[in-house]
Design a binder for this molecule. Structure first.
Ligand code: PSU
Ligand code: MN
Length: 302
C-alpha cells in the first residue's frame, strides 16, 4: 500500500507516535474557490490546525502518489493551477496515479488517502450529496458512498443548500452513516445555520464526538461519520436570500447542460458571483471553523 503513499515526514512522525493529525482536501483549493483566496485559505487552515496542537495533512495526488501532507509550494501550485488540475474522486485515482497526472482530491478520495495513512479525522467545507432532481439525473456524489465504506469522520458545515437535503439524509441513513450535529439539533445548510431539517444526534463536546468515533470503529461498524458544524453566526448568510441565489444558479446549470463533476464547482462559482463574493467570505469562515473543531476532536482521540 505504501508504494502509493508519499507522507510528509512531519505527518508520518505524528501518525507513528499517535499524535493528533487532521486531514484536509484539495478539491476545495483547486475547484472550490478562486485564486488567491483558495491558497490563502488552505494555508490559514493549516495554521489553525497547528495552533490547536494538531498536525495538518492536506492531501492531493502528486507525481503518481497520494501525497499526504503538502508543502507550502505544493499548496500554492494547487491554488494557482485552479481548474487545470483534475478533480479526482474515487474512480479517478488509479488512472491519475498510473499516468502520473496530478489531481485535487475530493472528500471521497481524501478519505481514501487519509484511511490508507491512518488518519481518522478530516475537515472541509461541505460534502457532496444527492443533487436536486437526482430522481432523473442520478447525480449522487461519490462522497456519500465513501462515507458508507471508509472509516473517517468528516467535519463539514452541514449539507450544502445546492443539494437536496432530505434526500441526502435518506441516503446516509440507508448506508448507516450517522450525522452528528455539534451543539445543534438542526442540520446546518452550509452558508446558513438553519435548514428546517434535523441531524441524527446532537453532541455537545469534542470528547463526545471522539468517543462516538472510537465506539463505532471498535465495534467494526464500518464507514464514516458526518460531523455537522454550523457556520459561525456572524459569518452566516440569510437562508431565504441564499435559496433564491441557489435556485437561480441551479436553473442556469440546467440551461447550460452542466453535469457530472462540473456541477458542484459551477454552482459554487455562480453563487459566489450572484452574491457579489459574499458566499466566498462565508465559505472561508466556515472552513476555518471546521478545521478548529476537527483539531479539537483529534486531540480527544488519544
Ligand atoms: N463543498 C464545498 N466546496 C467544495 C466541495 C464541496 O463547499 O469544493 C468539493 C468537495 O471536494 C466535494 C466535491 O468532495 O466538491 C463534491 O463534488 P461532487 O458533487 O461532484 O461529488
Ligand atoms: Mn455529481
Amino acid at each position: 500500500m505504501h508504494k502509493y503513499l508519499d507522507i510528509l515526514p512531519e505527518v508520518k512522525e505524528a501518525i507513528k507516535n499517535n499524535k493528533p493529525v487532521v486531514a484536509l482536501e484539495s478539491t476545495i483549493i483547486s475547484h472550490g474557490m478562486p485564486f488567491p483566496q483558495n491558497m490563502e485559505t488552505a494555508l490559514e487552515v493549516e495554521n489553525i490546525v497547528r495552533s490547536k496542537g494538531a498536525v495538518p495533512a492536506s492531501i492531493a495526488i502528486l507525481n503518481g502518489k497520494f501525497k499526504v501532507g503538502l508543502t507550502k509550494n505544493e499548496i500554492e501550485y494547487l491554488g494557482k493551477s485552479g481548474k487545470k488540475i483534475v478533480k479526482a474522486s474515487r474512480r479517478d485515482v488509479p488512472y491519475l496515479i498510473t499516468q502520473k497526472i496530478d489531481g485535487a482530491t475530493t472528500v471521497a478520495s481524501t478519505m481514501i488517502a487519509a484511511d490508507m495513512a491512518g488518519i481518522k479525522i478530516f475537515a472541509t467545507g461541505g460534502i457532496g450529496g444527492v443533487h436536486r432532481e437526482a430522481q432523473s439525473t442520478f447525480d449522487v456524489s461519490a462522497d456519500l458512498q465513501e462515507l458508507a465504506n471508509t472509516n473517517v469522520a468528516v467535519v463539514c458545515a452541514g449539507i450544502k443548500a445546492i443539494l437536496d437535503l432530505p434526500l441526502t439524509l435518506e441516503y446516509l441513513e440507508t448506508h448507516g452513516v450517522p450525522v452528528l450535529g455539534y451543539k445543534t439539533k438542526e442540520l446546518p445548510a452550509f452558508y446558513s445555520r438553519k435548514s428546517g431539517f434535523e441531524v441524527d444526534y446532537q453532541l455537545n463536546s469534542s470528547q463526545e464526538i471522539a468517543d462516538f468515533m472510537k465506539t463505532k470503529w471498535e465495534m467494526n461498524l464500518k464507514g464514516g461519520i458526518v460531523v455537522a458544524n454550523p457556520v459561525p453566526a456572524d459569518s452566516q448568510l440569510d437562508y431565504d436570500y441564499m435559496m433564491q441565489l441557489i435556485d437561480e444558479a441551479v436553473s442556469e446549470s440546467k440551461r447550460l447542460g452542466i453535469k457530472g463533476k462540473e456541477c458542484t464547482p459551477f454552482l459554487l462559482e455562480k453563487i459566489k458571483n450572484l452574491s457579489a463574493g459574499g458566499s466566498l467570505v462565508s465559505n472561508v469562515e466556515l472552513v476555518y471553523n471546521n478545521a478548529a473543531l476537527a483539531s479539537e476532536i483529534s486531540l480527544c482521540l488519544f
